[in-house]
Design a protein around this ligand. Sequence first.
Ligand SMILES: Cc1cc2nc3c(=O)[nH]c(=O)nc-3n(C[C@H](O)[C@H](O)[C@H](O)COP(=O)(O)O)c2cc1C
Ligand code: SF4
Length: 494
Amino acid sequence: MSPSPRHPLPDEDWPTRAAAAASRLFSPLTLRSGLTLRDRTWVPAMVPWRATEEGFVSPDVVAWYERLARGRPAVLVVEATGIRDVPSGPLLRIGHDRFLPGLRDLVRAVAEASDGCTRLLIQVIDFLAIRRRPARERFLGEFLALTDRHREALHARGAFVDRPAGAIDDGVVRAALSALPDDALPDVLSERELEDLHQGYRERVTDLHLAHVAELPRVLPRLFADAAQRAQAAGFDGVELHYAHAYTMASFLSRANDREDGYGGSRDARCRLPLEVLAAVRQRVGRAYTVGCRMLSDEVIPEGSRVDDAIHYARRFAAEGMDYLSISRGGKFEDARQPRVGAAVYPYTGPSGHACMPTVFGAAPPFGLNLDLTARIRSALRDAGLDTPIVAAGGINGFGLAERALATGQADLIGAARQSLADPDWFAKMREGRGTEINRCLYTNYCEALDQQHRQVTCQLWDRLALDADATLSADGRRRLVAPPDGWRARTRS
Ligand SMILES: Cc1cc2nc3c(=O)[nH]c(=O)nc-3n(C[C@H](O)[C@H](O)[C@H](O)COP(=O)(O)O)c2cc1C
Ligand code: SF4
């Protein structure tokens, strides 16, 4: 049974059409690249698990973005899209020219659905290898790379003392490890090996013993630049460099990054690669193409980066020509809940995950939860004479909250991910003075649970509605994949 929400949805005073027209939310903004946004409404990236197994745009991907575009947000950011040409399951990819025709179809579909009102950006991402949590027997019997350390630790526990450590056969060592009780494993395995066992193996940017990790600073600028060039060729209005959450670039920015090759340690060294990526991208796409990034205000993990780090990075990125900074928070692997055996660790389950996608079950209400830190970054930029627009996100679900954030200088653009998933027409309804018709997100994270299981993401408000012949259904045939047309009423009223 799901827990009861601790925080009710706040009452909302929706604007009339005239009040909306006079508001900050519905006033235009031009980025330094020259791209004009019709207003301050923004749909941040959301992975819907709709791409083909080979990473191509599928008809379901097109339908997902078409539906969001019908609500005519000023900006729609396409989900995290992989920059490498390597298999990564049904996650969108942009690591080769063969992905271009599908991406062009997507651009065309969004332009048509929004009547040219929505600017389409694509988020580009690099991530390191991660494996599912192994069964104990397989980890100790097969995956663990045996070293003398394991043999010596067994010796120290009194096993096989009649033989020199080096003479103990691998099979015998594995059998002895498997026979140990759980509470003895910390005496024999390193901290990292224990984590591999309990959470699943995960590469770090600090794994300099791995050649492909050591060479990241050499290869990533070109890979990101190639991806940006493809985005430009496909007709996207800009690219968003994914420097947030649990992935490669955010890990370079993390305080936990102590690489000793000039790309870790001090703040300046930690943001060196992100700046080199930006420079390579900028050189490839030119000054008139929109290039922004998603970054964290706080990693929300012990020993992680805090807002003073974020301010340092934001100033450097802004000074080097980012057209916008989209601020998120948390979403890290380090504090994620232990996955079940056979599942991969999911970075939105621990305290940092709750900061990233706040719910009505948390200690604090989720509504605008991240605005304070976003405001600190924005004000530090303005103090430094930098006018780079800041995108806020995290539980922003109403006109009053959005308008206050803009009026008080907490943000320049208002991102709403789950509220836009819950009702893709919500910005349009506000703009048209039809706010009372908005189907409001419940912030209970049914959608996030689907994402966690790598299942097609839908919303509990509409996925069981009107499962008629016109609706495209999920693989199991039980859920519709996009919201019904404008005018539908939510299954669950708040
Ligand atoms: C299903 C789902 C997928 C997401 N995928 C991404 C992603 O690809 N890239 C990203 O930066 N954030 C991603 N997010 C985070 C959102 O962009 C957003 O920051 C977060 O949901 C908080 O905003 P909200 O309260 O308006 O939903 C995702 C969120 C959800 C619910
Ligand atoms: S499933 Fe729908 S209502 Fe629930 S949190 Fe996600 S978007 Fe909001």
